[in-house]
Design a protein around this ligand. Sequence first.
Ligand SMILES: Nc1ncnc2c1ncn2[C@@H]1O[C@H](COP(=O)(O)OP(=O)(O)OP(=O)(O)O)[C@@H](O)[C@H]1O
Length: 295
Amino acid sequence: MLVIDSLEKRYANNDVALKGVSLELRAGEVVGLIGPSGAGKSSLIRCVNRLVTPSAGTIALDGVDLAHVSGRGLRRARRQIGMIFQEYALVERLSVMENLLSGRLGYTGFWKSWTRRFDGKDIARAYELLDRVGLAGMENKRADALSGGQRQRVGIARALMQEPRLLLVDEPTASLDPKTSRQVMRLIMELCAERGLAAIINIHDVVLATQYLPRIVGLKAGEIVYDGPAKGMDAMVLTRIYGDEDWTAITRNVAAAEESDEAAEPAAQRSTRSGPADAAYSLAATAVMAQAVTP
Ligand SMILES: Nc1ncnc2c1ncn2[C@@H]1O[C@H](COP(=O)(O)OP(=O)(O)OP(=O)(O)O)[C@@H](O)[C@H]1O
């Protein structure tokens, strides 16, 4: 559903952020985007939602080339894309409900939204999503009265309000404590699985990435240097992405996660897999299930 081909981004100051990135996501596929600071992760996400204009290449979302649309075509294409941000990007003085309804802006238009004339169906959808993300009953709370984890749940629900096909998630856990980070990652994975949403998740925490994300894309200096399963994140791959370091703590975690996946998965189910795509999907489903039973 998303096919990025030979994407390049050179900024006005001549900084080259992306040097021919090609990446393909199937419907419902979730990818973790990792890499050192300055590797081009944010630039890639910003090119896909067209916060910046790519310098070359194509970004086909369900056949529409996002790199070359503008005006109404771009607005229509953007409705297919939900954004989740590190700092939540909520309107602080507005209620949770109003923040959610602002997620329908792409459909209702600015003035209707500004004058708070919302569709009954949108309000019903907002209640349903609040319930799903664990914030039932909080619709009238102001955004600035929420904890970080609650704010991110609002951010997630708001992104889903426009019923996107693709989620772009920028450092969703960077401002959260370890337990809340895990809850948020689990929630995102469950929602993607339930709704068949594809997602690109820009994430610095490699352990968290390998724990929750079936497929990892490693960027270095604007180029993809790894695209494969989380369980393939060994010391060599990590060194290729980040440079020399003692990676033992991380690789031990990856191996442990892989072992618990194998133990949780019935042998018969394993034998029905037909290829890497199936394996990646199955790993995601297993991770979600494994987390669901973890207290
Ligand atoms: N608006 C901009 N104008 C000029 N150069 C930019 C701009 N945004 C990013 N860059 C440059 O593009 C390169 C990639 O930056 P980018 O922010 O995409 O990397 P990143 O992997 O997201 O980094 P981080 O993890 O620190 O957020 C860097 O060299 C950066 O200086």
